[in-house]
Design a protein around this ligand. Sequence first.
Ligand code: MN
Length: 388
Amino acid sequence: MTGPKLWANSGDSHLMEPPDLFQKRLPEHIAERMPRSVKDPDGQWETVYVDGQEFRRRMPKMPTDNLGNIDRSKLRNLDGTIGDRAPGANDPHLRLKDLDQEGVWAEATYPSIGVWSYSIRTPEVVAAGARAINDWAAEFQDVSPRFVVTAMIPLLDVGDAVAEVRRASRELKMKATFLPIAPPFGRPPFAHEEWDPLWEAMEEEGMVLGFHVGTEPHTPDQRTGVYNTGRGGAIQNYVETSYGAQKIAVSLISAGVFDRYPALKMLVSEGGATWGPFMADRMDEAYRQHSAAVRPKLSKLPSEYLHTNVYASFQHDRSAVLANTAMGWQNVVWGSDYPHTEGTFGHTQKTLHELFDDIDPAASRRIRVGAFEELFPHVPPAPADEPA
Ligand code: MN
């Protein structure tokens, strides 16, 4: 290592639920409807069973090093198994060792198999599943104040959603929710007034609204909106997940959600951040130049809500740093994406130095540490950077 050890909080990390979580915590007739993965014998495809539906999914391609050799230690599976390079993915105590080694202080964590719960079609089943995952995640969080786990919220009924927000906040001491980029099929978009009780409850509880990219609802044969096959597909799919980040931020600002619930803050994880100032300019232009068509009217320009209420996380993007230093968006948050392959585990210090060594120290600290602390002021402060 060439420079000091840089500490950072992560606005984008993941828990890997144990595969028997639902069997252990739910009655059998509900547990059997929860998501589970069965891999083909050749290991190339898996079938995910969710609430009577089947989704076929190609297994992630083998990660390779820069010589093209397969790096088996980076393999990860939906059932929670993972290579030995991220030993703390399933264990909170080992995880703290991983974080110390990487220089990651605190992290906001999203579910893994829980993402599939948004494909459940039965309200009682999704509500029970959310409670089971959240109870497990809260036990994980209890191990250290450095863990900020996000609560699964059942979205087939807004009353169920509000009830789980209240329970997660008051009984489980959770400080953030995890919502998919788009609601389950058959539900109105998040801009719709039907969701207002959810935003109201979250504002009252002081919970951060966490969105993670790539969580649009699944259809039986594909991941809607983020599934291109053939030439260019892998890059296209990855890049297209960032469109969802932009769309959810724009839709909530435009719908006046932050006008009505001004203390509500949202974090969009893993979608990069450079889009923030760009979308702000586009929204302001629309607000001014198409004012006759704009409804609802807002009490501030759309860009002001971006600066006040919206945060976004990135892992490797040099351009995301410039969204802060060159474009003035203070809410750029670094994220490790631990333990995923597109994350920084194993090379976090190298990544942080590449991103921040030539950046103003105050801006560097803001992106690595300060913006996260603003979202989660209950977390103990990160250590000072350490001399080499
Ligand atoms: Mn992530």
